[in-house]
Design a protein around this ligand. Structure first.
Ligand code: F6R
Length: 237
């Protein structure tokens, strides 16, 4: 695990975007693994700017997002699909058929989960997976206690996660209780992982990851077993 300290949120976003840009410049068919949330917003701005400046093209690239809420349609403004359209997809030239976000509004979630892993595998696996981290150490929506061996699956969100995400909804009651997420194993199959950690609320998660302990109680710790992980952090001590 390689650790890079950024002096600011902007610098963290730029360093992460640079890693993705360099890959895309040598591998036009890059498979991007993408995350939502507050942390990567600056990263997406950097990617959009690089696209607009003609530095990169997504014409032959594919993307797979980590997760989506259950019971929310892609048009719902609180959905991760909607977030991704706003942050990235509406502004770049990735083809619609190459954009993948797990399906959370289907009656057959088990099939949706299995199909998602099959699609990632058929695409040759994710080249670089972007991750944020939850205050409880979750990656994707893999909450503490999740077996590291799981592929894409349906999970119940913890209260701390629902609480952290209620800013995107009118009230806590409206935050979905379940989500579909790439499993830890799916994430570990990525060739490279870039994890962003930003802000005082992530201090404890940062400390725990830094300790090197590997335990299913702290999902991000699985990444210690991955051979190519870059953690870019800022505003944590
Ligand atoms: C998002 C995701 C989550 C977030 C994490 C941190 O797709 O899978 O693991 O990365 O909850 O969220 P923020 O960045 O909002 O603090």
């Amino acid at each position: 695990m390689k650790w890079i300290k950024a002096e600011s949120y902007e610098e963290m976003s730029k360093i992460a975007a640079e890693i993705f840009k360099e890959e895309l410049q040598v591998n036009r068919e890059m498979v991007l693994g993408l995350a939502t949330g507050g942390t990567p917003e600056g990263f997406y701005k950097e990617l959009v700017n690089a696209y607009k400046a003609g530095e990169i093209s997504f014409a032959d690239a594919k993307s797979f997002n980590l997760d989506e809420y259950i019971g929310i349609s892609p048009e719902n403004e609180a959905s991760y699909h909607y977030y991704m359209d706003q942050q990235l997809f509406n502004h770049i030239n990735m083809k619609d058929e190459n954009i993948h976000v797990p399906t959370g509004d289907t009656s057959d979630l088990a099939k949706a989960a299995a199909d998602y892993d099959a699609m990632i595998e058929a695409a040759g696996n994710v080249d670089i997976q972007l991750l944020g981290i939850g205050v409880n150490g979750h990656i994707g929506f893999n909450e503490p206690g999740t077996p590291f061996s799981l592929g894409t699956n349906v999970v119940e969100l913890t209260e701390s996660t629902r609480e952290a995400n209620k800013i995107y909804f009118d009230s806590l009651d409206e935050v979905p209780t379940h989500a579909i997420t790439m499993g830890i194993q799916t994430i570990m199959n990525a060739k490279k992982v870039v994890l962003l950690i930003s802000g005082a609320s992530k201090q404890e998660a940062y400390n725990r990851l830094r300790s090197g302990e590997i335990t299913e109680d702290f999902p991000a710790s699985a990444l210690h077993k991955h051979k190519d992980v870059i953690v870019i952090y800022t505003d944590v001590k």
